[in-house]
Write a protein that binds this ligand. Structure first.
Ligand code: SAH
Ligand code: SF4
Ligand code: F3S
Length: 443
């Protein structure tokens, strides 16, 4: 067995959803606590963690090409750990296909990375894809650093079993993190500079917990409590499932000022037969009813969603129902994907798999429609003055980038700092961003 010196520097690369980004940050904190430093930009790291995504075939295959690319000019390879959802789903296959991978660690086991690194440095190859009852969160270091925007995972896993989706298998059953832990973590994030917190979960609105007085509360209760933290200015949450959109949460959109007017509520398709085959357990009508209620509570809310085209059996007419739904809702932004058959999911073996050319064509039409609506939404924002949270410098000298309450990217020039909340008049709209003019603060 080859032993390698203990790693001194690391790099974590995260792919996939925001929860993976959150996990990647937490792994980085854990490694830093072990005395391993982040590798400087452009420099090779001793330890590379590939934090992978299994949601579509392309994403999952990427891990193998990434592993190949980690070989250095002199032929040496860093210590490689594959983490995340591909690790969970294909741990054994990775170990067999990629001898340079020394560690495979699933999304619920990464708190064990330090021991795994010790074993790997001694030349052993180790896999840990357990889903232990005691959550990884308890074993992670406390949060000490944050930028102006921070993610906070409050819920993990999924019990919905949509027939196309791997998440219930890679992330396990729905679990809510305890209320007290979340209040503590949010407090620490805010104390270290966060002004906006996005609550994360595969089904974030399924979160439930017991508050300090022993009452059972839902996500709306948690949001209301977080809103009481004075230095926290903005709260967002993602991703939600239509079936967990409670009355309380809908009302919170009208009542909690810090809850931003934005809702990402994936629908996937605009046809009830397709939704049923997807096991979505909502209909087009029940989905639209929820949006109507949310709009009644918060008339300026920006809506977002996810779509899949070419689900097995989807006909041209059924696809056109999706286009119709898009026009009915008028989304501010959306994600859309070609259906990708995933091993082990029921849809992968369904009859009527749609040819790739058909999917390509449908995706193009859908994206053209979504793009039109996004641009229209941006154009309709011109003339509004809104608060922008400054996130970073822009490409041009003196330029800054931030987000509007409706999650639009806004660029403007002026004397500001990262983390400032400034008033900006929106003056021009592009398809993907808006130009703004800094206005003096109202007194
Ligand atoms: N829990 C969330 C999102 C999970 S994955 C929800 O239910 O909405 C993010 C998005 O990836 C999904 O909303 C879906 O649009 C897409 N997706 C999931 N599995 C897919 C597959 N097999 N092929 C193509 N897109 C998929
Ligand atoms: Fe996947 Fe459906 Fe669960 Fe979302 S709700 S994570 S799409 S199974
Ligand atoms: Fe991908 Fe896993 Fe997230 S499959 S989308 S990284 S939950």
């Amino acid at each position: 067995m080859d032993s390698t010196p203990a790693p001194r520097t690391y790099r974590v690369k995260s792919f996939g959803c925001q929860m993976n980004v959150y996990d990647g940050d937490r792994m980085a904190e854990l490694l830093a606590e072990q005395g391993i430093a982040p590798a400087a930009a452009g420099e090779d790291a001793d330890l590379v963690v590939l934090n992978t995504c299994h949601i579509r075939e392309k994403a999952a295959e990427k891990v193998y090409s990434d592993i190949g690319r980690l070989r250095r000019e002199d032929g040496s390879v860093p210590l490689i750990a594959v983490a995340g959802c591909v690790a969970q789903a294909e741990g054994e296959e990775i170990m067999a296909r990629a001898p340079s991978v020394k560690m495979v660690v699933g999304p619920q086991a990464y708190h064990r990375l330090p021991e795994m690194i010790r074993a790997a440095s001694e030349g052993r190859r180790v896999t840990d894809t357990d889903m232990p009852a005691r959550t990884k969160f308890d074993a992670l270091p406390k949060r000490r650093r944050s930028g102006p925007t921070a993610f906070l995972t409050v819920q993990e896993g999924c019990d919905k079993f949509c027939t196309y989706c791997v998440v219930p298998y890679t992330r396990g059953a729905e679990v809510s993190r305890p209320h007290a832990d979340l209040i503590d973590e949010a407090g620490r994030l805010v104390a270290s500079g966060a002004r906006e917190i996005t609550l994360l979960g595969q089904n974030v609105n399924a979160w439930t917990g017991e508050d300090a007085r022993g009452r059972t509360i839902g996500l709306d209760g948690l949001i209301r409590e977080l809103a009481a933290i004075p230095e926290l200015v903005r709260i967002r949450y993602t991703t939600s499932h239509p079936n967990d959109m409670t009355q309380g949460l809908i009302e919170a959109h009208g009542e909690v000022e810090k809850l931003m007017p934005f809702l990402h509520l994936p629908v996937q398709a605009g046809n009830d037969r397709v939704l049923k085959a997807m096991n979505r357990s909502h209909t087009v009508e029940s989905y639209l009813r929820i949006l109507e209620q949310v709009r009644a509570a918060r008339p300026d809310i920006a809506l977002s969603g996810d779509f899949i085209v070419g689900f097995p059996g989807e006909t041209e007419a059924e696809f056109e129902d999706t286009l119709g739904l898009v026009d009915t809702v008028g989304y501010a932004q959306c994600f859309s994907f070609k259906y990708s058959p995933r091993p082990g999911t029921p849809a992968a073996t369904m009859d009527g798999q749609v040819p790739l050319e058909v999917m390509d064509e449908r995706l193009q039409r859908l994206q053209a429609a979504l793009g039109r609506h996004q641009h229209a939404f941006n154009r309709a924002s011109v003339g509004r003055t809104c608060q922008v949270l400054v996130e970073r410098k822009g490409k041009h000298p003196g330029q800054w980038l931030g987000k509007s309450p409706w999650l639009q990217s806004v660029h403007f020039t002026g004397e500001v700092r990262v983390g400032d909340i400034v008033d900006v008049e929106l003056v021009e709209a592009g398809p993907n961003s808006l130009g703004g003019r800094l206005t003096p603060p109202r007194t």
